[in-house]
Ligand binder design. Structure first.
Ligand code: GAR
Length: 194
């Protein structure tokens, strides 16, 4: 069973869906810990499932490398096979990325390379786009520039607000993430079986 650590910064609705998929046997993975850079409300989903959590805040003025090392050590104590950034909103230092990539995934609420960054849904609306999307990528040293593992288009409706559009995108993101992890798990199985 693939051991997964998930990092979040917010509501964790995608984390909740992923936990449900794992528990239902739809994804052969176990979330062994959930971490955050803040006291995120989404940590509650982990608590409800009895999954350990940790919080590693980036202190004001703290060196990002030092923070990255603390965060990496907290993650590694759970010996994960895979780390998923699911709404984790802090930029990670390159040394962190090198430590975990390519087994370091990020979900993003746009059809990359369109609308990278922290405000992808708002940016798509402000650009007057008629469609956007959702992507699951491998994290690299850039901002949302890593290899794309899966993505789907999502239409933008005339009456969409940032919130209604983001909600529709998240439904697609959840399916993509579970499909990607299923795929990784099946490849790991075949490697182990050799
Ligand atoms: C998701 O849409 C995720 O892709 C996005 O934050 C949301 C988290 O929602 N991440 C980014 O924008 C990263 N650039 P959630 O907390 O309800 O799961």
């Amino acid at each position: 069973m693939l051991r997964v650590v998930v990092l979040i910064s917010g509501a964790g609705s995608n984390l909740r869906a992923f936990l449900d998929d794992c528990n239902a046997g739809n994804v052969p993975a176990t979330v062994v810990a959930v971490g955050s850079d803040v006291n995120a409300p989404g940590l509650e989903h982990a608590h409800r499932h009895g999954i350990p959590t940790f919080v590693e805040p980036l202190a004001t003025g703290e060196d990002r490398e030092a923070w990255g090392k603390r965060l990496a050590a907290a993650i590694e104590s759970f010996t994960p096979d895979l780390v998923i950034l699911s709404g984790f909103m802090k930029l990670l230092p390159a040394s962190f990325v090198e430590r975990f990539a390519p087994m370091l995934l990020n979900t993003h609420p746009a059809y990359l390379p369109e609308f990278p960054g922290a405000h992808a849904v708002r940016d798509a609306l402000e650009a007057g786009a008629t469609e956007t999307g959702a992507s699951v990528i491998v994290v690299d040293a850039g901002i949302d520039t890593g290899p794309i593992l899966a993505q789907s288009r999502v239409p933008i409706h005339d009456d969409d607000t940032e919130s209604t559009l983001h909600d529709r995108i998240k439904i697609v993101e959840r399916k993509l993430l579970s499909a990607v992890v299923r795929d990784i798990a099946s490849r790991e199985d075949s490697i182990e079986g050799n």
